[in-house]
Design a protein around this ligand. Structure first.
Ligand code: PGA
Length: 255
């Protein structure tokens, strides 16, 4: 594989300030800056600057877990992607299944957020994935196709390199049930095929992360598959030892 492995931690609504200091203290290791894979961390909004200050010196990117579909105005409680850019952040996660299900975000809203974040110069980690019911009804590829077609509508080719796809089967998120290597590889191959054939993405350069109960003990099996180029990690990314180990495995697999 010629692509660089990308291991991003999605901290969700976890971590207090002290936890973040402890996390980076425990991660501190001279070899961190020499790791070859690309790491990333998405904390809660108020902690973005602190994480960036700690993560940037060791080459780890910092990003937000969500953003608004507008740049400014009367949107109480929302955070503008323009502010993320202003804080010099690297990426934003858009369309996570928790945003889709808990907060009712539609493909159309996700599309608006994606277009705006890309236009402002942020990298977008674009999440898709089927529920258990959809998988059992044999609708996985239909769901992924719709999420890709509607969510990435209108993205200019010049921005393709700023998109990372995160395939996260909803039934594998936070459940401890990880997709089998075959299920993950099939979905990733489908996504790569679809985006290169129908959206003009460069199949060799497109980064597709797998997400859903990734841990150090299953990461090697997943990340060595031909179409898996990284991981979006929830629970295990909160533990500095586990996150470091994931970065180490990703580096081992990065050419
Ligand atoms: P998990 O979460 O690793 O805890 O399953 C992954 C995610 O939601 O991004």
């Amino acid at each position: 594989m010629s692509r660089k492995i990308h291991i991003y931690g999605n901290w969700k609504m976890n971590q207090l300030t002290d936890d973040i200091y402890n996390f980076f203290d425990e991660m501190a290791d001279d070899s961190l800056a020499e790791l070859k894979c690309q790491g990333g961390i998405a904390p809660q909004f108020p902690h973005l600057s602190l994480v960036k200050e700690k993560a940037m010196p060791v080459g780890i990117k910092t990003g937000a877990q969500n953003c608004s579909h507008k740049t400014s105005g009367a949107f109480t409680g929302d955070t503008s992607p323009e502010v993320l850019k202003d804080l010099d952040l690297d990426f934003v996660i858009i369309g996570h299944s928790e945003r889709r299900t808990v907060f009712g975000e539609s493909n159309q809203l996700i599309n608006e957020k994606t277009l705006l974040a890309l236009e402002l110069g942020l990298e977008v980690v674009f999440c898709i994935g089927e529920t258990l019911a959809e998988r059992e009804a044999d609708k996985t590829f239909d769901v992924l196709r719709t999420q890709l077609d509607e969510g990435l509508k209108g993205v200019p080719a010049s921005k393709h390199g700023d998109i990372i796809i995160a395939y996260e089967p909803v039934w594998a998120i936070g459940t401890g049930v990880v997709a089998t290597p075959e299920q993950a590889q099939d979905a990733h191959a489908f996504i790569r095929e679809h985006l290169s054939n129908n959206h003009g993405f460069n199949r060799k350069e497109l980064i597709i992360q797998y997400g859903g109960s990734v841990k150090p003990d299953n990461a090697m099996g997943l990340l060595s598959l031909p179409d898996i180029d990284g991981a979006l990690v929830g629970g295990a990314s909160l533990k500095p030892g586990d996150f470091y180990e994931l970065l180490r495995i990703g580096s081992e697999l990065t050419p």
